[in-house]
Write a protein that binds this ligand. Structure first.
Ligand code: PMT
Length: 397
């Protein structure tokens, strides 16, 4: 995917600059041609000799090479690139990029670049959280740049939180996914729900279910690989997703409903794959309930998220749900489709071996709102997700 691609790697003054050497190595291993552009502060953290030994090219930092008087054209560089990555990107460089403060070679190259630009922030957690950094990142996104979100963990400051530059392997994965994208859903916003919900009884107990999230995560990845901008609203699961996907973690059905409502407004497509608990305990006990013979937990209905979205769905939006059934499968699924005002429903049955909860495989039948049915054999959930993407494509508005 990256073979033959011309990539500018912009390096700025962060301790994470040491990771840029490994990133360079990975890009070159993938067959990319890499040109490093480094800020003066970046050179304090990693030596240009290391970087030019890896790329086989002189590192560019100044507008002129002092001894030869050679002029480095940021315009030519900008035109040469198929992609520009700024990794690590400090708060200062992000602010300069957002506001066009062209006081070094990296920023002039950025302003000249016609190629997609990817920014991998690296800074302390409070700097990252600061409203000015967040506003600058939003500005970059509004210019069409891609933000490769930092990870959470131990920071050089000794503090712990979000701000670590994403690992080089993940950055390469992000780029590969970007370049491998089909354009089938380019420009479309897709929302996917996945996993179970947990409904708390007391500080140690909850009502949940066996959903692993595998089906929903596969759907999110399948849409992302077709160019869609994907938001994954995830219940508690043990999975990770590619950094190209915006993942929002929730626990209860109420939390999932609130996030889904706010995201649905700007979504073109929503696929409701989560196994949402239909009921939650009426009372939450703030202290651990002691054992004392028989007990009853009174339950109250949770919001029906799919039905809530179905009630406000606009003409140009596609809303799909899943039906997890154990008997009278097709008629139950059709009733859900109608009640929730869905465009189609994906039926999977607990009666089918290898289907539904936890398995890597699933067996589905898609029922449209016109009553048309398409049945598929047992397949890997990744392939099932592709079938769902292909089905959605037929309805794309
Ligand atoms: O996560 P895996 O282990 O990979 O398993 C996948 C799966 C079995 C969870 C998945 O394929 C699946 O069937 N998801 C839907 C499970 C479910 O809750 O089905 P349901 O028939 O109860 O709900 C019907 C639809 O309404 C679903 O789209 C559900 O997300 C939605 N719903 C349900 C209840 C509720 N309160 N709000 C909802 O939005």
């Amino acid at each position: 995917m990256l073979k033959g691609k011309h990539i500018i790697l912009g390096i700025t003054g962060s301790i994470a600059a040491y990771k840029a050497a490994y990133l360079t190595r990975l890009l070159i291993k993938k067959g990319a041609e890499v040109q490093i552009v480094i800020t003066p502060a970046g050179k304090e953290f990693i030596t240009p000799v290391t970087l030019s030994a890896l790329t086989g090219k002189p590192v560019v930092s100044e507008f002129f090479t002092a001894n030869s008087g050679e002029w480095h054209s940021h315009v030519d560089l900008g035109l040469w690139a198929d992609a520009m990555i700024v990794a690590p990107a400090t708060a200062s460089t992000i602010a300069k990029m957002a506001n066009g403060v062209a006081d070094n070679m990296l920023i002039t190259t950025y302003l000249s670049a016609k190629a997609p630009v990817f920014v991998a922030p690296a800074m302390d957690l409070d700097m990252y959280k600061h409203p000015s950094t967040q506003a600058n990142l939003k500005k970059l996104q509004s210019y069409g740049n891609y933000i490769i979100e930092p990870a959470s963990g131990f920071l050089a400051s000794g503090l712990e939180g979000k701000g670590r530059m994403e690992e080089p392997e993940k950055i390469v994965e992000y780029l590969e996914q970007f370049f491998s994208k089909g354009a089938l859903f380019a420009g479309k916003r897709v929302m996917v729900t996945a996993g179970p919900t947990y409904e708390k009884i007391d500080p140690v107990r909850f009502i949940g279910n066996y959903s692993s999230g595998k089906m929903g995560y596969a759907i999110a990845e399948a849409f992302a690989s077709q160019g869609a901008e994907v938001t994954l609203i995830s219940g508690p699961v043990n999975l990770s997703c590619s950094s190209a996907i915006e993942r929002i973690d929730v626990k209860s059905a109420k939390e999932m409903c609130a996030v889904a409502m706010s995201k649905f407004e700007t979504s073109d497509i929503a696929i409701m794959c989560a196994a949402v608990a239909d009921y939650a305990p009426k009372e939450y006990s703030t202290s651990k309930i002691k054992r004392h013979g028989e007990m009853t937990v009174e339950l109250v209905p949770n919001p029906d998220i799919a039905a809530t979205l179905g009630a406000v769905k606009k003409e140009n939006q596609i809303l799909a749900g899943f039906a997890l059934e154990s008997d009278d499968e097709e008629s139950n699924a059709t009733l859900k489709l109608q009640k929730k005002n869905l465009d189609f429903i994906v039926l999977n049955s607990l009666a089918d071996k290898g289907a539904c909860f936890g398995y890597d495989t699933n067996k589905i039948t898609i029922i449209s709102k016109n009553g048309e049915k398409e049945s598929y054999p047992l397949k890997n959930k990744k392939e099932v997700a592709q079938d769902i993407v292909a089905y959605t494509l037929k309805l794309k508005k």
